[in-house]
Design a protein around this ligand. Structure first.
Ligand code: AMP
Length: 547
């Protein structure tokens, strides 16, 4: 017997409709590319998104077509999120920090029909457009006529102004009902090896991810929150916050392109931000600014950290010096992106302070809708003892099953598990801790050494600004850890003190064999350290010189 309940399809438009009706006055505040602060509400965003959807129709966009964006976090980007997927098309957010070559590759691979861009990306657009003649019909700059950049596009490709096409359009009277399994948005992995790969989210996966991430032990946003996503809307949909915030009635404070410590602190205080999310580098920048300026964050209660491992010193510094809780989260593009979030259980309440802090350092427990396991090289499941590390696999409603263009299910093993490429431990209570990337872990004499743990120790040393540990080839042990560091501004790294800094923190045989000081470390488009490039350069650093 079937149930007798209503079955509205899980469509993304339901989120903005709900926000417009029940949180009409909740704000969306944006720092625009031109520098001004723009204020609007969910009611206006919904109305303008319907109008923008009308404009997209008159540009010939229909169901399943790809509409690309090259844009910072701002109100127009939010309107695009809802207009494009709401009308049945697919919003393809492109990461502007990718190389020009990669941008042309993914826009062509996705067969993007129209590209919406912030004016600050005009040079990128001009460079990429000739390579996109086959599919790209128009470029729309997300601004008013007065600020339109003066660029030349290939013949037959229109150059349009966002505010003009919105003003001229007839709005959709209502959002269409779509099959909840239809594709809604597209994001390419940053691909440290090979070409970027497209992850295609559905309406259903996006809705379920937003609902689960709004649970109390995850992002848990509420109508009293004012949330500032530092994580860009071009990187895994700003961790889903453009959906989870309006769903809960939280206001969205959009920082635009200035993500340095001073700009963020100013905006957080001016806009009474309660919660924010970003990668560790951003929070290191904010911490340095607060310490140097003597400023405080007046309303921020919580900072969410993910994207790479949270250095423990960051958690301690914000907690002890500023009374701000730092929560550790883990996820990936292929998971929409949230996988785990770290919140204590009632059974952890009696832990002594040091053990409680140690627990908070882990990446956390899975949110509802995600399952995980760790396996050895042969695929056998490993115990949850907090010590044994293995390859981390996931499955669930917000996990990718195949990359765009690949055969259905081709990203999964025979039992439906997706290999994350991360190496982790899981403890008896289900707290997961990333110890490495599968391809980064150091295999010394058959034993695994966590590069993440060594890096966390190194960045806790007062002379070190940034650190990376790589597996360097070794004549006896196959691989040994090599530490590569960047000194803090104006400081010379005291190598003896840095070496001694590992004593008592890890086993003697885990300690780096050597330390190299460099001026800077190479980063990917999403801010992660490019270990491949470091391995290429330093792989043979510990090998005897060839004779
Ligand atoms: P991306 O798809 O670009 O978001 O990258 C996902 C990868 O970033 C994961 O597979 C992890 O290797 C890494 N990552 C994300 N969050 C964390 C975290 N909290 N700690 C350690 N690594 C992380």
């Amino acid at each position: 017997m079937l149930g007798l309940m209503q079955e509205p399809p899980l469509n993304i438009s339901s989120i903005i409709r709900h926000a417009a009706r029940h949180h009409a006055a909740a704000e969306v505040v944006s720092r625009t590319v031109e520098g001004a602060t723009h204020r609007t509400t969910y009611a206006e965003i919904e109305a303008r998104a319907r109008q923008l959807a009308g404009a997209l129709r008159s540009l010939g966009i229909g169901a399943g077509d790809r509409v690309a964006t090259l844009a910072w976090n701002g109100h127009r980007h939010l309107e695009l999120y809802y207009a494009v997927s709401g009308m049945g098309a697919i919003c393809h957010t492109i990461n502007p920090r990718l190389s020009g070559d990669d941008i042309t590759y993914i826009a062509a691979h996705a067969a993007d029909a129209v590209l919406f861009a912030d004016t600050s990306f005009a040079p990128l657009v001009a460079a990429a457009a000739p390579g996109l003649r086959a599919t790209l019909r128009a470029v729309v700059f997300m601004t008013e006529r007065a600020h339109m950049p003066d660029i030349v596009l290939p013949e037959g490709m229109d150059l349009l102004c966002y505010e003009e096409i919105v003003a001229a359009a007839a709005p959709l009277a209502a959002w269409p009902e779509l099959d909840e399994r239809s594709a809604a948005s597209l994001c390419y992995t940053s691909g440290t090896t090979g070409r970027p790969k497209g992850v295609l989210y559905s309406h259903r996966s996006t809705l379920l991810h937003a609902l689960a991430s709004n649970m109390k032990d995850v992002f848990g946003l509420g109508a009293a929150d004012r949330f500032l996503p530092v994580v860009p809307m071009f990187h895994v949909n700003a961790w889903g916050s453009p959906y989870s915030a309006p769903m809960s009635g939280a206001s969205l404070i959009m920082p635009g392109r200035h993500l340095d410590g001073a700009s963020l602190a100013d905006m957080m205080n001016a806009e009474r931000v309660t919660c924010s999310a970003g990668v560790p580098t951003v929070w290191l920048g904010l911490l340095q600014h607060l310490r140097a300026s003597g400023k405080r964050l007046e309303t921020v209660e919580r900072l969410i950290i993910g994207g790479s491992a949270c250095p423990p010193m960051l958690m301690r510094a914000f907690g002890d010096e500023y009374g701000i809780r730092v929560d550790h989260a883990w996820g990936m593009t292929e998971m929409s992106p949230i996988g785990t979030y770290n919140m204590p259980k009632s059974s952890n309440a009696a832990l002594p302070p040091d053990a409680a802090f140690r627990l908070r350092e882990k990446q956390g427990r899975v949110m509802y809708g995600v399952d995980m396991r760790i396996v050895n090289d042969d695929g056998a499941e490993l115990p949850w003892d907090g010590a044994t590390s293995g390859h981390l696999q996931v499955k669930g409603a917000n996990v990718c099953s195949a990359y765009l263009g690949d055969a259905p299910g081709s990203a999964l093993d025979a039992e439906g598990w997706f290999a994350t490429g991360d190496v982790a431990t899981v403890d008896a209570e289900g707290y997961m801790e990333i110890t490495d990337r599968s391809k980064d872990v150091v295999k010394s004499g058959g034993e695994w050494i966590s590069t993440v743990q060594l890096e966390n120790i190194a960045v806790g040393h007062p002379d070190v600004a940034e650190a990376a540990v790589i597996a360097a080839r070794h004549p006896k042990w196959d691989e040994r850890p090599l530490l590569i560091v960047v000194a803090r501004a104006g400081v010379t790294v005291d190598l003896a003190s840095l070496r001694a800094f590992f004593d008592g923190k890890v086993a003697k045989w885990w300690q780096p064999d050597d330390i190299v000081v460099v001026d800077e470390l190479p980063h990917t488009a999403t801010g992660k350290i490019q270990k491949m490039a470091l391995r290429d350069r330093f792989r043979d650093h510990l090998m005897p010189p060839a004779v």
